[in-house]
Design a protein around this ligand. Structure first.
Ligand SMILES: [Zn+2]
Length: 118
């Protein structure tokens, strides 16, 4: 299932180029079951509202993030910002922006490639 999890860092993270505050984070380095990982907490929260497909809490409580994981935000119109999170003793403790993807360049490139095949 091409899914992901949500991430909620405890500190504000901004686009390094545009200084726009980024709020919606997703990542695929964990279980990818639309769970919500919150910084400072060792197990994820459920974001599902349909109780029939909800994982049992005792199972969810056993899940952990890996030592290092990445998540990203498309909140900045011009950039996709990638952040690396780090855990210590199974708890998410730190973040660092590792990559700023230029979306305008990416879309222009995709458009250019696509037009060649028409
Ligand atoms: Zn930006």
């Amino acid at each position: 299932m091409g899914m992901f999890d949500y991430y909620q860092p405890s500190e504000k993270i901004f686009c390094p180029d545009c200084k726009i505050e980024l709020g919606d984070w997703q990542g695929k380095d964990s279980i990818c079951a639309l769970l919500l990982w919150k910084q400072g907490q060792c197990f994820p929260e459920s974001t599902l509202h349909d109780e029939e497909i909800e994982m049992p809490e005792e199972v969810r409580r056993t899940w952990r993030l890996p030592e290092k994981f990445t998540f990203y935000s498309y909140d900045c119109e011009k950039h996709c910002v990638w952040v690396e999170g780090k855990t210590e003793n199974e708890v998410w403790v730190a973040n660092r922006v590792v990559f700023v993807e230029d979306l305008e360049k990416k879309y222009a490139e995709a458009k250019r490639r696509y037009s060649r095949f028409r």
